[in-house]
Design a protein around this ligand. Structure first.
Ligand SMILES: Nc1ncnc2c1ncn2[C@@H]1O[C@H](COP(=O)(O)OP(=O)(O)O)[C@@H](O)[C@H]1O
Ligand SMILES: [Mg+2]
Length: 233
């Protein structure tokens, strides 16, 4: 099946300047293409560059050299302000730690990314509730993060990442802090987002089962793609 390329990395290199004359190379040069609707797991040992790669894919970090293209647009020379608009509209990010705002309820946290622009409050609340329904939290709209379990908090974070119906959803070990059952629930939400809503999902995981269940699997060793394989269709 030939679907449009949604994300393209061209010779992406990421160096860190540790001091004036010491530079560390995290990613020596990664090129890859991701098509719309792919469901991809990224694995690799701690320190292999998984988070760095994901942050670059999501426009949260910039390569030292190389290019990142999102839907045919070169992100390389975008300003931070332009990037924040692009991220808000097109990318949903889920972290290992949920980063929910503790003072706000589940519905308010999920509605936060929708506050940009002039959408009516009632419409924002309605959509936030619909997203919480989708992650199985219909009975927790007005709970604060501290009143929710870890698994529930992470599901709120998933709902928040979906706020603006992003084309791409990126997860950096999104199930890493969850018990087996909650992790499975979050993973199955990803599958649903991919299968029902055709969202492109890319997630870093240490869970071998989840990694294997993805339709495409990228394995990193020392910042390089060690293997990149598609399963099934
Ligand atoms: N801000 C930083 N300062 C110094 N080293 C860093 C920084 N961020 C990442 N690194 C280094 O870059 C490498 C890759 O990190 P990372 O992308 O977080 O790997 P992973 O997510 O696979 O564990 C590691 O060796 C890490 O120590
Ligand atoms: Mg990491």
């Amino acid at each position: 099946m030939n679907r449009p390329v949604i994300l393209k990395l061209v010779s992406v290199r990421r160096e860190l300047e540790l001091s004036r004359d010491i530079r560390q190379t995290i990613l020596p040069g990664i090129s890859l293409e991701i098509q719309e609707g792919e469901f991809i797991s990224i694995t690799g040992h701690s320190g292999s560059g998984k988070s760095t790669l994901l942050y670059i894919m999501g426009g949260l970090d910039k390569p030292t050299f190389g290019e990142v293209w999102l839907e045919g647009v070169n992100l390389t020379d975008k300003t931070e302000k332009e990037m924040s608009v692009i991220r808000n509209r097109k990318i949903g990010f889920i972290y290992q730690f949920h980063f929910l705002l503790p003072e706000f309820t589940a519905v308010e946290n999920v509605g936060m990314p929708m506050m940009i622009g002039s959408r009516p409050k009632s419409e924002i609340r309605e959509r936030a509730q619909m997203l919480l329904d989708r992650v199985g939290l219909s009975d927790r709209y007005d709970y604060r993060p501290s009143q929710l379990s870890g698994g529930q908090q992470q599901r709120v974070a998933v709902a928040r990442a979906l706020a603006n119906n992003p084309k791409i959803v990126l997860g950096d070990e999104p199930t890493g802090n969850l018990d087996t059952k909650s992790g499975k629930q979050v993973y199955e939400l990803f599958e649903e987002m991919n299968e029902v809503f055709n969202q492109t999902i890319i997630f870093v995981t240490h869970d071998e089962d989840f990694a294997r269940r993805a339709k495409r699997r990228i394995h990193l060793v020392d910042g390089k793609i060690d293997s990149d394989s598609k399963t099934g269709s």
